[in-house]
Design a protein around this ligand. Structure first.
Ligand SMILES: C[S@@+](CC[C@H](N)C(=O)[O-])C[C@H]1O[C@@H](n2cnc3c(N)ncnc32)[C@H](O)[C@@H]1O
Length: 406
């Protein structure tokens, strides 16, 4: 049996520097050669195998079958006995894939066009996602039970006025609708920032729901917060669930007790301390969100346009100037480090979270492998999903909609 690690070494996966559709076909085939979806990938995977076989020198037979099955020595292998299938669109680094696999799901297709995210995904799941969803021939997408998509939010030009979802043409969700129309998955599982609720005067969300209904789904939606699922992060996300027969009941989702940031921190690391002057308040305010406002960087006090007596507050006007106590939760990790990672007050010092802490407060397991690119690592985790939250929702999808035990 060939180990995947050996195969990827021979394939020189680490030094590939362009989006590789060949690698996507090949790795999708390796994962799915036993199940009914292999035909989607077989032809291209075999062609690619013919090209690379000479260089592999670990396989003596000219047929791809001689190499199968692969020994999946990766952090997150698929279940040997899956009890549902799913696809992972806008897959990022696999925030959906980890909990759905844990619950017995088999991922039969993934798509993500950011090369760094594709590489992180391959490193952890042994599968290179297909690229730009707008360019994918949807005939290769296999049938599946759950369609997962944490899609980027875009306005629609003529919301809901035209027949069908043609009015969303030119946007990314249009391609999601096309896949739903073709495959009619039992469950549609969408995730987005809370702002989607208000986006474009609420028209974006209304249009999405309208089109899902036109496609025959009964739709439920709710804003959930990562802090209700045992994570010390105030991260609100809208979850939209569609099913053809049953309305998903969010009230059955199991929540976990609240936790504070101090329980998730590294003991030692290369900490980045605040080296400029700051103020720590004696009376630290706990906000409704669970954030504990501890103080602020002593930036210049603005006087113009500021109400008398509130000048010092102008310092905390900008989010990156605020300091939060680790007795509370952390603000939502942003997808761009430049837009401000936050300062935390811990053991009488002010510092930022380390990368490992960022992954931990999103619920990523300790054995998730990180690539060596700091800016990308922050971007990827800020873009991702709170894993225990997705897991709790999926448990209920399994019970309520797939009618399976967990
Ligand atoms: C909000 S993130 C979703 C992250 C993911 N749920 C996770 O757990 O990491 C959206 C992702 O969509 C990807 N994306 C944006 N446009 C895309 C496109 N046209 N085709 C494929 N992926 C795309 C981005 O690169 C980004 O990783």
């Amino acid at each position: 049996m060939i180990k995947y690690s050996k195969l990827r070494e021979k394939l020189k996966v680490d030094s590939l520097n362009a989006n590789s559709e060949d690698l996507a076909f090949f790795t999708h085939y390796l994962h799915n050669h036993k199940n009914g979806v292999s035909k989607s990938y077989e032809k291209k995977a075999k062609e690619y195998f013919q090209v690379i076989n000479e260089n592999l020198d670990i396989i003596c037979e000219p047929e791809i079958q001689a190499m199968l099955p692969i020994k999946w020595d990766i952090p997150f292998p698929s279940s040997e006995t899956p009890d549902f299938t799913f696809i992972d669109l806008f897959a990022g680094i696999g925030g959906f894939r980890i909990p759905l696999q844990e619950l017995g799901g088999n991922c039969v297709f993934s798509s993500e066009f950011n090369y760094h995210a594709q590489r992180a995904y391959e490193l952890n799941f042994g599968e290179f996602p297909f690229g730009d969803i707008t360019k994918i021939n949807i005939d290769i997408v296999p049938k599946h039970d759950i369609l997962c998509a944490g899609f980027p939010c875009q306005p629609f030009s003529i919301s809901g006025k035209m027949k069908g979802f043609e009015d969303t043409r030119g946007t990314l969700i249009y391609h999601v609708f096309k896949i739903i129309e073709k495959h009619e998955p039992q469950v549609v599982f969408l995730e987005n920032v809370k702002h989607l609720v208000y986006h474009d005067n609420k028209r974006t969300l209304a249009t999405i729901i309208q089109h899902l209904e036109e496609l025959g789904y009964i739709v439920s939606k709710k804003v959930l917060n990562a802090s209700d699922f045992g994570l010390p992060q105030n991260r609100e996300r809208i979850i939209i669930i569609g099913h053809k027969k049953t309305k998903f009941d969010f009230s059955k989702i199991k929540k976990k007790s609240k936790s504070s940031l101090k329980n998730f921190l590294d003991k030692d690391n290369n900490f980045e301390y605040l080296e400029e002057s700051y103020t720590i308040l004696e009376d630290q305010k706990v906000q409704v969100s669970g954030l504990v406002f501890a103080g602020y960087r002593n930036k210049t006090i603005r006087k113009a346009g500021v109400r008398p007596g509130t000048e010092h507050l102008s310092r905390v006007h900008k989010q990156p100037n605020r300091i939060y106590s680790t007795e509370g939760v952390h603000p939502a990790l942003p997808s761009q480090e430049s837009s401000g990672r936050f300062w935390i007050w811990h053991e009488n010092k002010v510092r930022k979270l380390t990368i490992q802490e960022c992954y931990r407060i999103m619920g990523f397991p300790q054995d998730f492998k990180l690539l060596n690119n700091k800016a990308e690592l922050y971007k990827q985790i800020g873009n991702s999903v709170a894993i225990p939250m997705i897991k709790s929702v999926t448990e209920q999808i399994k019970i309520q909609l797939l009618k399976k035990e967990i």
